[in-house]
Design a binder for this molecule. Structure first.
Ligand code: PLP
Length: 520
């Protein structure tokens, strides 16, 4: 239908574009194909125009470069476009629901960002005289104090840079405590359902790893732990709530068993978001636990910064906390960096990191804690658990809940039995979610479940957002059951790249760009 100026008044019905349609530019609609900076940059172009310095002589002598440096150059608008386009390819929690189980991808309140950008926090340097950064040191001490309070523990080492680094810090404290007692207990128990970082950490510092089986209901039995304990067992590493999203019902009994045997209980605290303000891990016998500030206290990967993995320690391990740490003396923060500054009863096992931790993350975490308050943190956990159980209740008639006998905590675990006979795998299902505009859930983890799909919606999704997510998954499941396998095996159909060889990318990564040789 055209108006009297010959202009269409309504869109013509478009034929459904075939998934493989290509364009002259390689761009798809307003999603612009972006080449590598080495491919588009020219060495002779630059965004700044500096005069050649007069009379300056090179002092490099024989070391002066004789060949061009060949770094790519771009004019300012080209550089801006390059990075803006790249940023638009990055799916993040700010772009949409990110149901990655175990990772707690929650909204990062903008108040955090505002606080982290205050120049007094953003611009401090780790080598500044401590007298000029007392406020920053107090923030470090305050975050530690909150974590001690929330976990019911005795001390907190703030310097670990991520969860896995916190595991290392905590397990090294356990190793130091064992050797201070002169006891040789070289074995660490790790349940089958554990995150891979747990056995890796134990092995890295010289422990032998002994596996504890998971029961058919997704939990770890105290009886199985007791059966595995002998004189050589120095610790157990357990996640609670566990990686199946279940609160371990026998956790206190397991803790008592390992303590009775003279060992220590390391808890992987990645799932702390389910229990903040509800349960204190110290009360169920934990001796060391890392806290992923970038999971439980917002700022997830892709949402605001690097990681931070403070580790809380029980009375039995507190003395072994690594350097550096902040101590409050006469109301003022003191940075303890050197063994000569320690007091009686402080026997740090060494220095864990060059500096005191991830300052930007501490500021964000403290802003999150103070703005939520005790009641708000508890409510966040309750809402996270409610969201996961809402997703579970809305999907359990169509998808198979892996462990139906236990309620879910903050994440719900499905297996792939519901896909049996459809010709669709967990991977295909996840790829089809990408076509629908969703980042897939965590797949194939934990390993104790076949074709695992671990969904963690977090507390920050609205009911409308959860309803659309549920409706999308229901539509996908019904499509798979109705025999539309191509929707899955061909997926993702609408993304700029389709199925990549992820194994080869991991095993044989190309880390260096090489100029393609011009064809003859
Ligand atoms: C994320 C996670 C870790 C490791 O934490 P990072 O900060 O990624 O190093 C360890 N265990 C579990 C269960 C996790 O989810």
């Amino acid at each position: 239908m055209l108006n009297d100026k010959g202009r269409p008044t309504r869109p013509e019905a478009a034929d459904e574009a075939p998934a493989t349609a290509s364009t002259f530019t390689g761009n798809r609609a307003l999603d612009v194909e972006e080449a590598l900076i080495f491919e588009i940059g020219r060495a002779e172009v630059t965004g700044v125009d500096l005069p050649t310095p007069k009379g300056a002589k090179s002092r490099l002598g024989a070391h002066a470069r004789t060949t061009p440096i060949a770094l790519p150059g771009l004019a300012e608008p080209e550089a801006v476009r390059h990075y803006v386009r790249l940023s638009r390819k990055n799916y993040s929690i700010d772009a949409g629901l990110y149901p990655l189980g175990s990772c707690t991808m929650k909204h990062n309140p903008r108040l955090n960002e505002k606080m982290a950008r205050l120049p007094g926090f953003a611009d401090v340097h780790p080598l500044q005289p401590t007298g000029t950064v007392e406020g920053a040191l107090e923030v470090i001490a305050d975050v530690g104090r909150w974590l001690i309070e929330l976990t019911g523990m005795a001390a907190c080492a703030m310097s670990p840079k991520a969860g896995a680094h916190g595991e290392l810090a905590g397990m090294m404290a356990i190793k130091a405590a064992l050797s201070a007692r002169g006891s040789s207990k070289p074995v660490v128990l790790v349940p089958e359902s554990a995150h891979g970082t747990n056995p890796a950490t134990a092995a890295l510092i010289g422990f032998e790893v002994k596996s504890v089986p998971a029961r058919a209901d997704g939990t770890v039995a105290a009886a199985d732990v007791k059966a595995a304990i002998d004189d050589r067992v120095g610790a157990i590493m357990l996640t609670n709530p566990n990686t199946c999203g279940i609160f371990e019902p026998e956790v206190a009994e397991i803790a008592a068993a390992i303590h009775d045997a003279g060992g220590y209980f390391y808890a992987d605290g990645a799932n702390f978001n389910a229990i903040v303000g509800k349960v204190r891990p110290g009360d169920f016998g934990v001796d060391a636990m890392h806290i992923n500030l970038h999971k439980t206290f917002s700022t997830p990967h892709g949402g605001g910064g690097p990681g931070a993995g403070p580790v809380v320690l029980s009375e039995r391990l507190a003395a072994f906390a690594p350097l550096p740490f902040v101590r409050i003396e006469a109301g003022r923060p003191v940075l303890v960096e050197d063994p000569s500054q320690t007091r009686a009863g402080e026997t740090p096992y060494g220095r864990l990191a060059a500096f005191h931790g991830q300052m930007g993350m501490f500021t964000r975490a403290l802003a999150y804690m103070l703005s939520h308050g005790a009641d708000g943190l508890r409510q966040a956990s309750e809402d996270a658990v409610l969201s996961a159980n809402y997703v579970r209740a809305s999907l359990q008639d169509l998808m198979t809940v892996a462990f139906p006998d236990h309620p879910s905590m903050h994440e719900v675990l499905f297996d792939d039995r519901f896909l049996e006979g459809t010709g669709v795998t967990t991977l295909d299902f996840a790829k089809a979610m990408i076509d629908e505009g969703y980042h897939p859930m965590t797949m194939y983890f934990p390993l104790v479940v076949h074709g695992a799909m671990l969904i963690e919606p977090t507390e920050s999704e609205s009911k409308a957002s959860l309803d659309l997510f549920v409706a999308t998954l229901r539509d996908l499941v019904m499509g798979a059951k109705a025999g539309d396998a191509a929707r899955f095996t061909q997926a993702p159909r609408f993304s700029p790249r389709r199925r990549l060889d992820e194994t080869r990318a991991a095993r044989a990564p190309k880390l260096k760009w090489e100029k393609p040789v011009a064809a003859e």
